[in-house]
Design a protein around this ligand. Structure first.
Ligand SMILES: [Zn+2]
Length: 249
C-alpha cells in the first residue's frame, strides 16, 4: 500500500475516479522507458516522474547545447556541455526522489535496442529521427511492449499510441517514409505532445480512458486545432503485419 507521504503527494490524482490508491500503486510499480532526453523526452519525463512512476529509464547520447534550451526543459544554462542523461537524472531526482532513474548514455541501435527495453512496461518515443523511431517500433512489437509515438515540427505535433498485436503501428502510419535534417520547433509544441504521451502512458498503466490507438492526433498550434485521422493496420506491414512474425519465438 501507499505510504503516508505518497498519499499526500499524489492526493489530487488519487482523487481521480479509476485511479485511487490502487492506480497509484500501479504507477509506482511501473517501469517506463523514455527514448531521448530532448524536446519530447523533457516534458514526458518530468510529468511521469511527478506522477510517481517507479522507474524511469532514459537513454540519450547527446550533450546539452545552447540551442537545445528553447524546448528541452530538463536542462538549463548550467548544464551546457554535460551529458543530457546526467542533467536529466539530476533534474528528475530533484523533482521526485521516490523515482528510480536509470540514465543511460548510449545510442539506440539494432544491437542494443531489445536489451535496453527488456523488462519495461512501455516505451515513450521521444526521438528526433524516423530511422530510430522505426527501430523502436519494430523492437516494441517484437517484445510486445506498448509504444507511445510523438513528433513535432514548428508549432505542430502529432501523437499515436501503438499496442502490439492490437493496433496500427508506426510503419502502418508512415509507410517507411523518412525525413531528415534540422527542423524548426517552438518549445511549447513538444510540451503539448510530450504531455499527451505522458497522459497516454498514465492511462495505459492505470487502465483508464480510451487510448489513442488506430488514430493519429494532429495538433496545429497556430490555428489551435486538434484533428484525428483514422489509421488502419496494414496487413502487409513489415513490422506488425505478419502473423507469427510479431513475437520472438
Ligand atoms: Zn504496422
Amino acid at each position: 500500500m501507499l505510504t503516508a507521504d505518497e498519499r499526500q503527494r499524489y492526493n489530487r490524482q488519487i482523487m481521480i475516479p479509476g485511479i485511487g490508491e490502487k492506480g497509484q500503486a500501479k504507477l509506482r510499480r511501473a517501469k517506463v522507458f523514455i527514448a531521448g532526453g530532448g524536446g519530447l523526452g523533457s516534458p514526458a519525463a518530468i510529468y511521469l516522474a511527478a506522477a510517481g512512476i517507479g522507474r524511469i529509464r532514459l537513454v540519450d547520447h547527446d550533450r546539452v547545447e545552447l540551442s537545445n534550451l528553447n524546448r528541452q526543459v530538463l536542462h538549463g544554462d548550467a548544464d551546457i556541455g554535460r551529458k543530457k542523461v546526467d542533467s536529466a537524472a539530476e533534474r528528475l531526482k530533484k523533482l521526485n526522489r521516490g523515482v528510480a532513474v536509470d540514465a543511460i548514455d548510449d545510442r539506440i541501435t539494432e544491437d542494443n535496442a531489445s536489451r535496453l527495453v527488456a523488462g519495461f512496461d512501455l516505451i515513450v518515443d521521444a526521438m528526433d529521427n524516423l530511422p530510430t523511431r522505426y527501430l523502436l517500433n519494430k523492437t516494441a512489437i517484437e517484445e510486445n511492449i506498448p509504444f507511445f509515438h510523438g513528433a513535432v515540427y514548428g508549432f505542430e505535433g502529432r501523437a499515436m499510441t501503438i499496442i502490439p498485436g492490437k493496433s496500427a503501428c508506426l510503419w502502418c502510419l508512415y509507410q517507411g517514409r523518412v525525413t531528415e535534417g534540422r527542423f524548426p520547433v517552438i518549445g511549447v509544441a513538444p510540451a503539448v505532445i510530450g504531455g499527451i504521451q505522458a497522459t497516454e502512458a498514465i492511462k495505459y498503466l492505470t487502465g483508464i480512458g480510451e487510448l489513442l490507438t488506430n488514430r493519429l492526433l494532429v495538433y496545429d498550434g497556430l490555428n489551435l486545432e486538434f484533428s484525428h485521422f483514422t489509421i488502419e493496420r496494414d496487413p502487409n506491414c513489415p513490422h506488425c503485419g505478419h502473423p507469427g512474425g510479431q513475437k520472438k519465438e
